[in-house]
Design a protein around this ligand. Structure first.
Ligand code: ATP
Length: 311
């Protein structure tokens, strides 16, 4: 008999690896995502985001390692297949291009969803689409890109998932559609306490929405942390140039160094303690922090940054 699923952890990956021929899309990744968070997955093109999301959603099998979702190990694992099917029924997945059956009307898509999903919430689907003014008799192919994204999200939500996985849901949406999409998402999180994991290149929107950040580059996880802790731990340090500034980049905890004519700007994990005389510390927004980590990830291996004292 299998142990009851532990839902405190939404996703747990251990040594998760996915190889396509000679390409390692994911390489020996460990990751723990606690339940009840809105998790943003960021990383450059080709980092392995889609691969990770598809592994978590049970659409891909790992080459090695394992991933557990809502306490149950997905297909490559060793658990009973019935448990796996039950776990995956609690996962909603919306692919990058939010594919819909283009010839189906919205109403037919809802009926299709109801027939395929035992826990289908028909009222939720209809109410959210009415709120969004999306006509039920319109074919998917005749909806705008933003409306298609909204319909795909509503279909995923009506499944009543405990974990909702969205691959670049904001791509191709105009700023207004982006806001509406995120509002729909946030309403579902507030009402149902689900866990949301979404990848995005639209870093400017993240601070408003996510409370956990995962950064991936080159198939490796570089960062996984709650956003409040990250923002409290990292700062922009501004200090005088002193002729040895080139060495700052290799100091532990330093993410980026920008040299100006008279000053040097350093983004680093500093903790909250005092900084050295002559240096000023400024808080960072999430967007700046993500950019610093993305820049750092281009050259550095995925070692956890430690606190730093400068100079
Ligand atoms: P993007 O931001 O551009 O969507 P991503 O972070 O989602 O990128 P993945 O799509 O997961 O990245 O791809 C990770 C790596 O795996 C890339 O090097 C990609 O070329 C490779 N890859 C992905 N899918 C396949 C496939 N089916 N066959 C071969 N290689 C693949």
């Amino acid at each position: 008999m299998t142990a009851p699923p532990c839902e405190d952890v939404a996703v747990r990956a251990e040594g998760l690896t996915k190889r396509y021929g000679k390409t390692y899309a994911l390489d020996d990744c460990d990751l723990v995502l606690p339940s009840g968070h809105v998790v943003a997955l960021v990383g450059p093109n080709g980092a392995g985001k889609t691969t990770l999301l598809r592994l978590i959603s049970g659409l891909l099998r790992p080459t090695s390692g394992r991933v557990s979702v809502l306490g149950v190990t997905a297909p490559a694992g060793t658990v009973d297949i019935a448990d796996t099917a039950a776990a995956l029924a609690r996962v909603g997945y919306v692919a990058q291009e939010h594919p819909l059956y283009r010839r189906f009307t919205v109403s037919e898509l809802l009926r299709f969803g109801r027939e395929l999903n035992p826990g289908w919430d028909a009222d939720l689907g209809r109410e959210r689409l009415a709120d969004l003014d999306i006509p039920l008799d319109r074919r998917a192919a005749e909806l705008s890109g933003g409306q298609q994204a909204q319909v795909a999200l509503v279909l995923a939500l009506a499944k009543r998932p405990r974990l909702l996985v969205l691959d670049e849901p904001l791509a191709q949406l105009d700023p207004l559609a982006r806001r509406e999409f995120l509002s729909t998402l946030m309403a579902a999180v507030a009402e149902d306490g689900i866990t949301v994991l979404f990848s995005s290149h639209v870093v400017s929107e993240l601070e408003r929405v996510c409370d956990w950040l995962v950064l991936i580059a080159g198939g490796r996880i570089h960062l996984s942390s709650d956003v409040d802790t990250l923002l409290a731990d990292h700062r922009l340090l501004v200090g005088p140039r002193n002729g040895h500034d080139e060495t700052l980049g290799s100091a532990e905890g330093v993410l980026t160094v920008a040299l100006g004519a008279r000053h040097v700007n350093v983004v680093a994990r500093t903790g909250t303690g005092p900084v050295s005389p002559g240096w000023e510390a400024h808080p960072l927004g999430l967007e700046d922090l993500v950019h610093a980590y993305l820049q750092h990830a281009r050259t550095a291996p995925p070692a956890p940054a430690k606190e730093v004292r400068l100079p």
